[in-house]
Design a protein around this ligand. Sequence first.
Ligand SMILES: [Zn+2]
Length: 363
Amino acid sequence: MQYYECYSASYTSARGKFLAAAEESKGALRSFVHPDKTTPDGQPLAIDVARFGDPKAARQALFVSGTHGQEGFSGSAVQIGWMRAGGPSRLPKDLGVVLVHGLNPYGFAHFTRTTENNVDLNRNFIDRSAGAAPANPRYETLHEDLKIRDWTDEENARVDRAMAAFTEAHGRDALFDTLARGQYRHPDGLIFGGSDREWSNATLETIIQEMLSDAEKVAFIDWHTGIGDYGKPFFLCFNDAGGQLFARACDWWGKENVDGVRPHGMERPNYTGLVFQGVQRFLGNRQMCGAVIEFGTRGLGMRRVLRLDQWLRRQSDLEPDARATLQADMMDAFCPFDGQWRKDTLESGLKLTDQAIEGLAAW
Ligand SMILES: [Zn+2]
């Protein structure tokens, strides 16, 4: 199997490969078509779900790609690769696997991290019945300074100075937490978690209600890119540290990889509204164990690229060649074009998938 049979150059190709591989491996397919958005060239957008094994089994795996739009190329490749490499035919008897492809299909197709409403889907799963959205008071002090007005070296230097001054006052862990945890007040800002539930959020709840209704034990992976060493996996397990489920994730993937690891060498931010937390809530008192698994790209260089993604979203009359040039830089940061990175992450993703399934089978 060649990596370019699993990686794709567009959302529509990725979707086609996913559906073809699922049919080939006799998966049950279900597509949730976006009600009113399309790809840039007018093709449908959908969250596609393929399921394998025993749908009634108490043990179910749930593997998600494309929460952060353009990061989906990597997770999609792992899902496609797992099917093409015969993963479904190797499943133990009393277990099911649910692959959710392109959870944020708009971002995937339009090469951006956020949804059709410019919402960071991985901050959108807060419990809105629990009262006001979480506050991020320090973000309030930075919001205006972080917003880039023009894509120039001078403007980027100005934003960098604002972040350096904040770091001087509060430290680099506080800056990371402020930039990453999520905020719910500024639709034109970074990591905006939305003022309501996104279509993708409600659709994931439907998928869990309909397809994991008999599940008692769920293994979960949400595939991402951007944190960790180049081409290497990085684990963010949000089960309670010190609890039994956390220990189980350590057993599956190695304690040294899961426990006490520091994203970009810093304290882990107090992320709010993660898909991981949404899945836990949708499952109620059923047990779920797993992780957000990232593949490393440009380290802290991603900060500049997150700004670029947001700036590109706001440009309606950018000269097409300038847009294509900047978009290529941004895409290469989220999913490097480097064939070696793609081979390494695919190989690693397949191994981590198998480890989760083996762990689930033994649970
Ligand atoms: Zn991500």
